[in-house]
Design a protein around this ligand. Structure first.
Ligand SMILES: *[C@@H]1O[C@H](CO)[C@@H](O)[C@H](O)[C@H]1NC(C)=O
Ligand SMILES: *[C@@H]1O[C@H](CO)[C@@H](O)[C@H](O)[C@H]1NC(C)=O
Ligand SMILES: *[C@@H]1O[C@H](CO)[C@@H](O)[C@H](O)[C@H]1NC(C)=O
Length: 403
């Protein structure tokens, strides 16, 4: 649930900020159908590749940085007993009239442990040396979003050393809902993990209302595998995060991750949407409360290792809530911690001409936080553009002209 209020009105809204996260983001609700179609196409394409064992892997193109040694979990049977649905929820008044995904949420919300199908156990070295990882990028991705993951690997999500510190990356995934599709996509994820060592996959249905589950499982994983990580970037796979700027900013944060930090696009004074058509519809059967605690939009936010551990502790006692970023707000509230707007955010919305050409000036991206409706290839072009050694800002640069 992010910025859905402001998104209702305008398609292009740029927030000026001397910062870090370029959020290339469509509202989740708009992506829905397009994603379903894209997912199908991508799935199909992947199968074509999988059926051609002699051709070189599509995954091996353009790998930018060496990947640390990884551990791919064997295809072991589930170590956990399957969590059973709570049939009593059918007795909740009005249950029968609820949309299917909400019924599902209520049936399974008590299930908070799921087996890991794919792991990268040594992502941070060992737990004891994990403090050497300065920034862990934890990117929520649905199994079908292969192209987005590939672009991120080549651009802002590169595992690298920058400004003297280590950046590491993991994609957080579940299993595609459709059984046949899910099988193929799980095979794809296995290939990707073999190639890049950056996929965590849990054995639950990867759906919008299970994003909180994904988040909670990630915090639990971090607790055992990367407890010393200094900072975490947590976001979706359709954003562009300027990781150079993020590192520069975090290097200046006191405490090196041992103090509370939770920053992003701060959202306050909102509550559950009770309109059934909305993707964010949360009926009274899920929460009677009319307000949400302050939280940061989940498209992209930064937290310290300290805050990640605190969220983990709190999540043990707080019932799952279907909207992931709101849930983090609940955990913070329970811990007596506050989410914050990034210091540099000036809330002045700047309208940018709707022409893509004009808004594609890389110098904008030294300053802008949010940009909607970029397509993945633009991330690649933009990442390259902001790293041009001869990029001089203050002067208009039309990068399309140099292509
Ligand atoms: C639902 O409620 C009825 C009556 O209150 C009770 O008899 C029944 O056992 C309940 N069903 C479940 C699955 O809890
Ligand atoms: C099952 O649902 C009922 C009705 O909402 C609830 O009272 C009960 O605590 C739930 N049981 C579990 C194990 O979550
Ligand atoms: C979440 O995942 C569980 C386990 O796969 C599944 O049973 C449940 O239906 C999912 N919930 C939603 C809302 O998709």
């Amino acid at each position: 649930m992010r910025y859905q209020r402001s998104w209702r009105g305008s398609e292009f809204k740029f927030v000026r900020i001397p910062l870090l996260l370029l959020q290339v983001k469509m509202p989740r609700r708009w992506c829905h159908k397009a994603e379903a179609v894209a997912l199908g196409l991508i799935g199909f394409t992947c199968v074509l590749f999988l059926l051609q064992p002699n051709k070189s892997s599509p995954i091996s193109r353009g790998r930018a940085t060496p990947v640390p040694p990884t551990t791919v979990a064997p295809r072991a049977p589930d170590p956990l007993p399957e969590c059973r649905e709570n049939a009593s929820v059918a007795n909740i008044s009005g249950f029968a009239q609820l949309p299917g995904h909400i019924k599902d949420f209520l049936r399974y919300k008590h299930c908070k442990e799921f087996p890991l199908l794919l792991n990268v156990a040594e992502k941070c070295g060992s737990p004891e040396t994990s403090f050497e990882v300065f920034l862990l990028l934890a990117i929520k991705s649905s199994p079908g979003n292969y192209e987005r993951r590939e672009i991120i690997r080549k651009t802002w999500g590169q595992e690298r050393m920058f400004a003297g510190v280590h950046i590491r990356r993991v994609f957080l995934t579940g299993v595609a809902a459709d059984a046949r599709e899910g099988h193929k996509l799980s095979q794809l994820l296995r290939l990707e993990n073999k190639e890049h060592g950056d996929v965590l996959q849990w054995h639950f249905v990867d759906s919008f209302f299970n994003l909180t589950l994904k988040q909670v499982l990630f915090h639990a994983w971090m607790e055992t595998r990367c407890p010393g990580v200094r900072f975490v970037f947590n976001g979706d796979d359709d954003v562009f995060a300027n990781t150079d700027n993020i590192v520069q900013y975090l290097l200046g944060v006191p405490g090196a991750g041992d103090q509370h930090l939770f920053v992003g696009q701060l959202i306050t004074n909102v509550g559950p949407i009770r309109e059934k058509w909305s993707k964010y519809y949360v009926p009274e059967q899920v929460t009677a409360s009319k307000s949400y605690p302050p939280y940061c939009g989940g498209g992209g936010l930064l937290m310290s290792g300290y805050t990640s551990r605190t969220i983990y502790q709190k999540s043990l006692d707080i019932e799952l809530f279907p909207i992931d970023d709101v849930y983090l707000g609940m955990c913070l509230q329970k811990a007596g911690l506050a989410p914050a707007s990034h210091m540099g955010i000036r809330t002045v919305g700047v309208r940018v001409p709707s022409s893509t050409l004009e808004s594609f000036d890389p110098c904008y991206y030294k300053e802008l936080l949010l940009v909607h409706r970029f397509v993945p290839y633009e991330m690649l072009v933009m990442w390259q553009a902001i790293h041009q050694p001869d990029l001089v800002c203050g002067k208009k640069v039309e990068i399309y002209q140099s292509l």
